[in-house]
Every structure is written in C-alpha cells, then in structure tokens.
Design a protein around this ligand. Structure first.
Ligand code: GRF
Length: 195
C-alpha cells in the first residue's frame, strides 16, 4: 500500500460532496485522508460538518472580491496548504475562481466537480441553465482545474435525466445524488491510477 494521499477540501457551502468523500474514505473505498477543510466563509456548513468528523478546518481571511481571492489571499492559501503538507486540492462547491499562485503550486492536482455535462453549461447555476435550455439530460462532471473556468481535462461524468415538472431545486437535488457517487469514485481513479 502506498502512502495515503493528503487532501484539502475547499468549499463555500453545505459540503454534501465533502461528506460523500469523507464517507468513502471511512468506508475504505477511497484510499486518502482529508488533512484540511478550508472555507472562504466562516459560517459555511461544510466547516461544521468537518468539525463533526474531527477534521482540521481553516477559514480564509475576507477578500475584497466575491468571486476570487486577492493575489495576497491566494498566496496565503498556498502557504496554508503547504503548512499542512497537502498534495491534492479538492474543490467541492468552492465559489471562487482559482488563480495564481495556487494553480502553479498544484499542477494537475486541483480537482473540481461541476453540476453539468461539461462543456455544456459552464459557470453558475448550471442546473438552471439546463432547465432554461430545455435539454432532456444533464449531469455532473469531475475535472482538473486550470486557468479556464470549468474547462480543464475531464476525469469522469455521470448523466441525469431532466424530468417533466422539474424545478431548479428538484433537478439540482437529482444531480447532487449523482455527484455523491461520482466524486469519490473519480478521485479513487485519479489518486490511485491503475487500481
Ligand atoms: C455542487 O452541486 C457542485 O457541483 C457545485 O457546487 C455544489 C456544491 O454542493 N460545484 P455541496 O456544498 O457539496 O453540497
């Protein structure tokens, strides 16, 4: 058995994907450890859920921008991740665009999950975009993160039907069920290639 990869999970919201990943680790289906959970919002539910699992948490200092960190903030984040000897950065509902120097600090080691079948419906509220477009199928995508938003190399996808009468809430809930299966399975493939 190789060394256990050290993950940081970054999230801004409720953290249901974080929980799915941690539960896969505890169940033994994902060989990894979450060494740090980071949020840009001190009251984000993901931090309370991490604490409930007994995992270390950190909150990023306030940023002057809503959708990205300042360059100083991104540098401080890299230092935080290095201090915890993080090897992989796992984005799970992290609502900031990842910039330098974080991208260069973890080349091909930042992973995200997006609630659509990329390249369709990049950006915010992809489930609402899918409803507005009238498609009969959408889904979720696990992908590497690069400087282009929601455009890094695709690791895995799972499709989900759009049903008559779907609201944004029902569709997003169905996508999230798929996410919770897909994300840990995709991470297992990325972290242990060949297994
Ligand atoms: C997920 O739908 C994910 O695809 C998107 O943000 C949402 C995060 O949900 N990037 P959660 O915080 O993991 O519950």
């Amino acid at each position: 058995m190789t060394a256990v990869p050290r993950l940081a999970v970054l999230g801004s919201g409720k953290g249901s994907n974080f929980v799915a990943i941690q539960e896969a680790i505890l169940a033994g289906s994902l060989h990894a450890q979450i060494a740090l959970v980071v949020s840009d919002w001190p009251d984000a539910t993901i931090l309370a859920r991490a604490t409930a699992f007994g995992l270390p948490i950190a909150t990023l200092p306030p940023s002057p921008f809503r959708t990205k960190l300042s360059p100083e903030g991104e540098t401080a984040l890299v230092e935080l991740l290095r201090a915890h000897e993080i090897e992989w950065v796992i984005l799970a509902g992290y609502m900031r665009v990842v910039k330098e120097p974080l991208l260069s600090a973890f080349p091909n080691r930042i992973v995200n999950i997006h609630p659509s079948l990329l390249p369709a419906f990049k950006g915010l509220k992809a489930w609402e975009q899918a409803l507005a477009a009238g498609v009969r199928e959408t889904g979720c995508t696990v992908h590497f993160v690069n400087r282009d938003i929601d455009a890094g190399e695709i690791i895995a996808q799972r499709s989900v039907p759009v049903l008559d009468g779907d609201t944004p809430e029902t569709l997003h809930a169905r996508i999230q069920v798929a996410e919770h299966e897909l994300y840990p399975a995709a991470l297992a493939r990325v972290l242990q290639p060949g297994t």
